[in-house]
Design a protein around this ligand. Structure first.
Ligand SMILES: [Mg+2]
Length: 293
């Protein structure tokens, strides 16, 4: 197969604020194998290779690559990009969750019914009041998820879970650091509201390890950095994992490959509602995306 690649930079309309700080430019690589497309979107602070590693791998690739070469790729985001390009299949519709910027109403009008809010940025009392105010406004059948990105202490996690049990929150994502696994496991059995592991399970090896250690709550899967889709599919199916599939801010090319896996493997609304975060590279046409670089 003839291989070509084109790196891109995509500026967030407004910086994404999380417990890690601010993120303002998404860098990635579109790849082309004959007339099939794939996308590489590293997320280094989540444990994937760096953008530099991915570029170097693409530069060192032969112009004509085969399956054997793809199977030897050592990096998870590159594994995803190349294997999903090989298997670019038909897109299936899935219910979507939108990461909120400032206004839920316009997202609601676009058809979103599941929303996600980042927490552990401001003091907890203020954030609980903000979430309560939001719940008061949201229609009854709206669904809200919270993501702490490891920013809570044990007592803050209790505080949030108590609040969540009395309101209607679907789950809290990664309340505590990855080395607090046992505490999160204990907490996941104490409250009605589910806990979803995200940072703890960013690679397939970590996901397997958490499963072995007894995690039966929700697993957030970011397929774009989880390695070969074929291996992810096999593990999720074998153990019937409760999963939420989530974006690392891909263009439509990576997004569609991730959504395809989600449609096969997950029952929950997917976390891919992020195009409203960008002004550029928003096309849904692969060829057009490719030509714009
Ligand atoms: Mg998360």
């Amino acid at each position: 197969m003839q291989f070509e690649f084109r790196p891109y930079q995509r500026r967030f309309r407004q910086s994404l604020k999380t417990h890690y700080g601010e993120w303002s430019v998404r860098e990635g690589i579109l790849i082309r194998l004959d007339d099939r497309f794939g996308e590489i979107t590293p997320l280094e602070w989540f444990g994937s290779e760096s953008m530099q590693d991915a570029i170097e791998l693409c530069q060192s690739a032969p112009h004509d690559i085969d399956l054997d070469w793809i199977q030897q790729i050592p990096f998870p985001a590159c594994q995803f990009g190349f294997e999903s390009a090989l298997n670019s299949e038909q897109f299936q519709a899935m219910p979507q969750s939108a990461l909120m910027s400032d206004e839920w109403r316009s997202l609601w009008d676009q058809g979103y019914r599941t929303f996600k809010l980042k927490i552990a940025i401001a003091p907890i009392e203020i954030e609980i009041a903000t979430v309560q105010a939001l719940l008061d406004q949201l229609p009854q059948h709206a669904n809200l998820r919270l993501d702490a990105n490891m920013g809570l202490t044990e007592s803050e996690t209790h505080q949030w879970l108590e609040f969540c049990d009395q309101s209607r929150i679907e789950f809290i994502e990664q309340p505590m650091r990855t080395d607090q696994f046992e505490t999160m496991l204990k907490l996941s059995q104490m409250y009605r509201t589910a806990i979803a592991l995200d940072e703890s399970v960013s690679t397939l090896a970590q996901l397997k390890a958490c499963y072995e250690r007894g995690w039966r709550g929700i697993f957030v899967v970011k397929p774009a950095i989880a390695g070969f889709p074929s291996q992810l599919r096999q593990f999720c199916r074998e153990h019937q994992l409760d999963t939420v599939f989530s974006t690392v801010f891909e263009t439509e090319i990576g997004r569609r490959a991730g959504l395809q896996l989600a449609a096969e493997l997950s029952q929950r609304a997917v976390g891919y509602g992020t195009t409203h975060w960008f002004d550029e590279l928003n096309s849904e046409d692969f060829e057009e995306l490719w030509k714009s670089l």
